[in-house]
Design a protein around this ligand. Structure first.
Ligand SMILES: Nc1nc2c(ncn2[C@@H]2O[C@H](COP(=O)(O)OP(=O)(O)OP(=O)(O)O)[C@@H](O)[C@H]2O)c(=O)[nH]1
Length: 423
């Protein structure tokens, strides 16, 4: 929950609109300090941050801001004044940001800050610096922005923390450190965790422009020269974290099938290969299967492509409900692939046949509200502890079994018979 304390009804209206637009909710509004305190006490446990006007009818000199800072609540100040000294003093006293009411962009910025404060709560930042003074300063700036923070005295300790805490997404590292300097640490991080999304900001007090270039070249996202202002630090952290989140969102999108929302073939193969190797190394049972909608071309031909799409989406929903624990994807047009860890052939057969029977009993709703019956056929690559085939081969086996299911009349689950295999 967010607490907004602002006496102008017009500004309240604009904020209400802007916050709603950015999906920031729930929000409670107060117009005076007295109301603000009452609302704060009422929602103490759920308030994430407050956006507070400096000048209120019963608190003309920022008394409301001081009150909330004393309660250790993150506060973004909203003001009509552009007094630089006041701004400096407020930032020094611990407010997260200082926003001047200029135009709609200011309100959008304030909303963005509130949103950030909420999201930062689930992000851990790692601060790597041998100087305890610097570590404390950086840590306090990060805590102000609502990050969880872990500290390390040097690169080696930093690597340990990174290994044990997967919630670390942001690293602030100094350059000059004993044993392992910032560059060596950075190179190790990027080498060991090439797939892990991490925003890294390098710090150095040296007046040497080359250090910033080297930091960036070695894989840092940004660089700051010490001493720096809290505001610059916060802005850079925010920009880098937002860029990282956008990158992760795009990456996530690239693993999804646009029509059904299931994972796509690329994701299935990339992650599936590693999964199969891991299961084999651990000696755990698993089963690979391919499922295909029967006579799907006929559905398209008779009812149109949109009807075919509707069938795919409805079936994907059933697959999601039943197999959400497993590794599954839309493998091709009307084909779905599954890896079922923990299930040997008999158990997998049982589950897949139950699903086959469930699908056959459903009505599939078409865009014109007409409905049809749909069946699926499934091929299963049998599991045996001695079979060390790679995913690629297991999919070929499952495909052969799927072909046999189609030949056998469809609406069937068939387990691959290696003795009938062409090779
Ligand atoms: N509506 C729709 N159709 C698709 C999509 N992707 C592939 N298809 C169609 O799926 C159909 C697949 O047909 P086939 O593989 O020949 O299958 P079938 O012969 O009808 O049925 P079986 O022999 O039982 O496999 C083709 O007509 C494709 O055009 C899609 O995203 N949406």
């Amino acid at each position: 929950m967010f607490l907004i304390i602002e006496d102008s009804p017009i500004v309240q209206k604009i904020l209400q609109h802007t916050l709603r637009q950015q999906g920031i909710e729930p929000v409670v509004f107060a117009s005076t300090k007295a109301e603000g305190i009452e609302l704060y006490n009422e929602h103490k446990d759920s308030v994430v941050a407050a956006l507070v006007d400096l000048n209120l009818p019963d608190a003309p000199d920022g008394e409301m801001v001081s009150y909330l800072l004393d309660q250790r609540l993150p506060v973004v100040v909203l003001t009509g004044s552009d007094d630089l000294n006041q701004r400096k003093e407020l930032l020094k006293s611990g407010v997260v940001d200082y926003v001047i009411k200029e135009n709609r962009f200011s309100y959008q910025y304030a909303a963005r800050m509130l949103n950030r404060l909420e999201r930062n709560r689930s992000i851990t930042a790692l601060v790597v610096d041998d100087s305890s003074t610097m570590r404390q300063a950086v840590t306090s700036y990060l805590r102000l922005q609502n990050f969880q923070v872990v500290e390390a005295h040097n690169g080696a300790e930093g690597l340990e923390k990174l290994e044990s805490d997967i919630s670390i997404k942001l690293i602030i590292t100094d350059y000059h450190m004993p044993e392992m300097n910032g560059f060596a640490f950075l190179q190790q991080v990027r080498h060991r965790y090439d797939k892990r999304p991490l925003a890294i900001i390098g710090l150095s007090s040296q007046e040497d422009a080359d250090i910033s270039v080297q930091f960036i070249k070695k894989g840092a996202n940004d660089f700051l020269q010490k001493p720096f202002q809290q505001e610059e630090f916060s802005c850079r952290v925010t920009n880098n974290i937002e860029a990282l989140e956008q990158f992760v969102a795009v990456q996530e999108q690239a693993t999804l099938d646009y029509l059904t929302g299931l994972r796509n073939r690329r994701y299935f193969i990339e992650e599936g290969d590693a999964l199969v190797k891991r299961l084999q190394a651990e000696g755990k049972p698993f089963t690979v299967a391919l499922m295909d909608i029967d006579s799907f071309k006929g559905i398209n031909d008779e009812y149109g492509h949109d009807a075919g799409d509707a069938v795919l989406k409805q079936l994907a929903g059933y697959l999601q409900q039943t197999f959400f624990r497993f590794h599954m994807a839309r493998y091709g047009g009307e084909e779905f692939a599954l890896i079922l860890p923990g299930l040997d052939t008999d158990k997998a057969y049982g589950l897949l046949d139950q699903f086959r029977s469930y699908v056959a009993d459903q009505l599939f709703i078409l865009p014109d509200d007409d409905y049809i019956r749909v069946t699926v056929s499934t091929g299963v690559a049998p599991f045996s502890p001695s079979n060390k085939s790679m995913l690629h081969q297991l999919l070929l086996d499952a495909d052969e079994a799927l072909y046999a299911a189609k030949e056998g009349g469809r609406n069937l689950v068939v387990v691959h018979d290696p003795t009938l295999s062409a090779d």
